[in-house]
Ligand binder design. Sequence first.
Ligand code: GDP
Length: 218
Amino acid sequence: MHILHTAKFLKSAAGLRDMPPDHGCEVAFAGRSNAGKSSALNALATHKGLARVSKTPGRTQLLNVFVLDDERRLVDLPGYGYAKVPIGVRDQWRGMVDGYLRSREALKGLVLIMDSRHPLKDFDRQMLDFAAAIAKPCHVLLTKADKLSRNEATRTLNEVRKELGADTEGAAPVTVQLFSSTAKTGLDEARKVVSDWLELPSAGGRPAAPPTPAHGRS
Ligand code: GDP
């Protein structure tokens, strides 16, 4: 079983102070509303209702935390939509997301979900700037790729890679792939990136857990 399958909703945090303790490894997910972020999270975790909580009114401007185990978490960052967002709301969003990204030591990387038909909008560029500012890797999922022909999808992938200066070797801080939650394409590639980021460091990492003694009950 893939570790992402163990994801469970922990809480919606109103800000950094409300987040679980800053230890272990965390991967954050961001995307404009309707880009397909909840569907991508659900597909990666093979858990249909997992990210539904992020859609609950009132929780859409919160940091939604999912735990995999004691040391690993996924964090669903709030996005915003197509419509012009009032400046106050955008400033509040920026303050919270930027604050989280800048100060969170457990954060190992950012997955940025873009609709492959409309990539690199202002929101996406802002997130890429945030990731670059903190020198943390960013992996772009160009989702809804099932809505494009094979040629269109390849062209979009190449254009976005070129624009972001991403190379296919994975050495660049920004990597890009095609993805579809509906057609279930790109899942293995995305899971590999996320699980590599979530790996605890081997040097100084936790020793292997001793076998758990069987307890009498049940
Ligand atoms: P979010 O607002 O970013 O969390 O977006 P959702 O995951 O709720 O998806 C927004 C809409 O796009 C929904 O109607 C989804 O069914 C649809 N959608 C999401 N991912 C895909 C995909 O890979 N392919 C297609 N065809 N539709 C998708």
